[in-house]
Design a protein. Structure first.
Length: 112
């Protein structure tokens, strides 16, 4: 499996079984994030609970999703592991999208 989506309330959750999101997966990640937006989604959560590494290419896909959803309720990430959290802190990603400990909290934030 690469990426899968499910709905919870009016929020689309994108999940992956990959542990590393790098340049080889960035196009598929971007497509997985933007397809629901193109279909009319106004809020999206990326579940990173199993992801231990994100490179700059994958980070670009996250930023693209955040920009596309900026006019709506938004984009959030959930379940961020320590190494990925350090990358997000160094690159100030909390200014670009909201970061939550789990999908439940992210869904609650985006559903309001």
């Amino acid at each position: 499996m690469t990426f899968s989506t499910r709905n919870d309330k009016d929020v689309v959750i994108v999940e992956t079984t990959f542990q590393r999101l790098d340049a080889s997966l960035a196009p598929a990640l971007r497509a997985a994030l933007l397809a629901p937006v193109d279909a009319g989604a106004t809020s999206l959560v990326l579940d990173l609970s199993g992801v231990s590494f994100v490179d700059s290419s994958a980070l670009g896909a996250l930023i693209a999703a955040a920009k596309r959803l900026a006019a709506h309720r938004g984009f959030a990430v959930a379940g961020v592991q320590p190494a990925v959290a350090r990358l997000f802190a160094l690159t100030h990603m909390e200014r670009v999208f909201s970061i939550h400990p789990d999908t439940g909290e992210a869904i609650a934030r985006l559903s309001t």
